[in-house]
Ligand binder design. Sequence first.
Ligand SMILES: Nc1ncnc2c1ncn2[C@@H]1O[C@H](COP(=O)(O)OP(=O)(O)OP(=O)(O)O)[C@@H](O)[C@H]1O
Ligand SMILES: [Mg+2]
Length: 356
Amino acid sequence: MILESLRLSNWRNYEATTVSPGPKTNLVVGVNGAGKTNLAEAIYYLSIARSWRGSDDKRLIRDGAPSCYVEGVFRKGGRTRKVGIEISAAGKKVLIDDKPIRRTTDLAAVANVLAFSPTDVPLFSGPPADRRAFLDLAIGRENPTHLKELSRVAQILKERNAALKSEFRNDGYVEVLTNELIAAEKPVVLRRQAYVGRLIPAVRRVADKIFGRERPVDIIYQPFLDPGNGYEEAAKALYRDTLEGDYARGTTAQGVHKEDFCVMLDGLDVGGRGSQGENRILSLALHLAPFFLIEDEADKPIVVLDDVYSELDEQHAEGLTTILEELGQAFITATNKTISGASIIEVADHKAIRRE
Ligand SMILES: Nc1ncnc2c1ncn2[C@@H]1O[C@H](COP(=O)(O)OP(=O)(O)OP(=O)(O)O)[C@@H](O)[C@H]1O
Ligand SMILES: [Mg+2]
């Protein structure tokens, strides 16, 4: 998949700019504050209609402007399609080939973008919810059913928690909801487990290249229960054991909504023990790994890496550059960097211009 052209109108610090990127590595260069991250964020936004910085959509609109518009023309196989997103005080409109779409998950088929930004570095030391969100988003891109199953779990949990909090205790009703929950949770655990299993070799491959040598890297997924044989019985027993506690707190203490995974380096949890650079490298490896799980060339995502070189020493930076050669189209922002053969997009004076 390739982004053939990008148009920004009142997007963050850009008033109006259009750029046609190269088909392989694009180095996005400019001084601090020029708008490199804003440009990278726009490309990612086209794939998910959400900012990676978790910003409120209105903050994406250039100060003083009433609305903003970001547009990307994507080529996949022989087909070209346009994604346009407009944000205004009234909300956002997402269009594919000028037609409004109903679900933003439809974007992934047209604009699949893998992104990594410095805000992803603390992934391993941050809250479990961030790790679950990463995992579920990655799985959901491959299989949107996963997201539907997760919303079903969330819906049942909401009802169960409301029943737990109710003044009138109703054990029969809570049991019905618990059984529904158990059934809805099983496919979620199975998918997460299978996906982590596939991610491990891909993460190792990227990490080995950046480290420049083999280091033992592992991902440990912690399911709330083993989804194999005897799952239903074990789940019923678990929810029975925690029932009184759940009533006391008015919420469900166990389930897929509490799961977690950790990444191990040299046998230790990188979130607790790893250096800043190790956290950066492994988080980057984890974010890039899904690229290597997609076999069809036309489906391979566009990769956006914001500010990845700034904290890597020379040797690790070189390792990262060898990975870029294996990617398809990529956007790498940097203040000061040369990558031989890369296209250059220069950002200055609120404009992005292709130089080479
Ligand atoms: N909604 C907005 N309206 C106008 N300007 C904005 C808006 N949001 C952000 N900016 C400005 O955009 C500028 C560029 O930000 P950006 O983070 O893209 O820079 P950068 O090139 O990535 O810099 P660095 O090298 O420091 O990472 C900042 O000065 C910021 O204040
Ligand atoms: Mg930046």
